[in-house]
Design a protein around this ligand. Structure first.
Ligand code: URA
Length: 209
């Protein structure tokens, strides 16, 4: 079974609590998500592989370390995943960005892909999939399955909040994909919302209803 990494840094926990408040404005929700995703990116990229290179300082030559391999790819699950991008790009400004759009078929309740755009040479890259809410886990599992067809070097999944049901679904389908989250909440309600949660992340980021 893959690992669930709970990012319990005090700043992350503090900002998450402010985001949960129902009276947080769109402006502050978006700003907090940006700050949080920067902090989470720092933790999620902690084990990125390094390679040695020679570097000339003003005084002498030394062996320094730089990130190994092709540029990382952040993959946003539309639309709420986009709320993670700017904050993460603060930490990895050279990262490439892919987008995947999925909707739930009302008959089968299964995710159907409507958009998929990725950088080239995915088989040589590490992928970080971002979506603020891991609720049922169906979209996350479908997105990861689609990305695996491109045979990337690795895949991680990052969310703000996870439901136990979503973790079970994603880990059941993809035991090799680690999950990074700022909190695991109690449960899903009958409409697929996380409890206690923070509501509809997409609506809160974009100010829609
Ligand atoms: N998506 C959301 O935006 N919120 C939830 O609680 C569940 C899924």
């Amino acid at each position: 079974m893959s690992k669930v990494h709970l990012i319990d840094h005090p700043l992350v926990q503090h900002k998450l609590t402010l985001m949960r408040r129902k009276d947080a404005s769109t402006n502050s929700f978006r700003r907090l998500l940006g700050e949080l995703s920067t902090l989470m990116a720092y933790e999620v990229t902690r084990d990125m592989p390094l390679q040695d290179i020679q570097v000339e300082t003003p005084l002498e030559t030394m062996t320094g370390k730089v990130i190994d391999g092709k540029k990382l790819v952040l993959v946003s699950i539309l639309r709420a995943g986009n709320g993670f991008l700017d904050g993460m790009l603060n930490v990895v400004p050279g990262a490439r960005v892919g987008h995947i759009g999925l909707y739930r078929d009302p008959q089968t309740l299964q995710p159907v892909e409507y958009y998929f755009k990725m950088p080239s040479e995915m088989h040589e890259r590490d992928i970080i999939v971002v979506d603020p809410m891991l609720a049922t886990g169906n979209s996350a599992a479908a997105a990861v399955a689609r990305l695996k067809q491109l045979e990337p070097r690795s895949i991680k999944f990052v969310c703000l909040l996870a439901a136990p049901e979503g973790i079970a679904t994603l880990q059941g389908a993809h035991p090799d994909v680690p999950v990074y989250t700022a909190a695991v909440d109690r449960e899903l309600n009958d409409h697929g919302y996380i409890l206690p949660g923070l509501g509809d992340a997409g609506d809160r980021i974009f100010g829609t209803k």
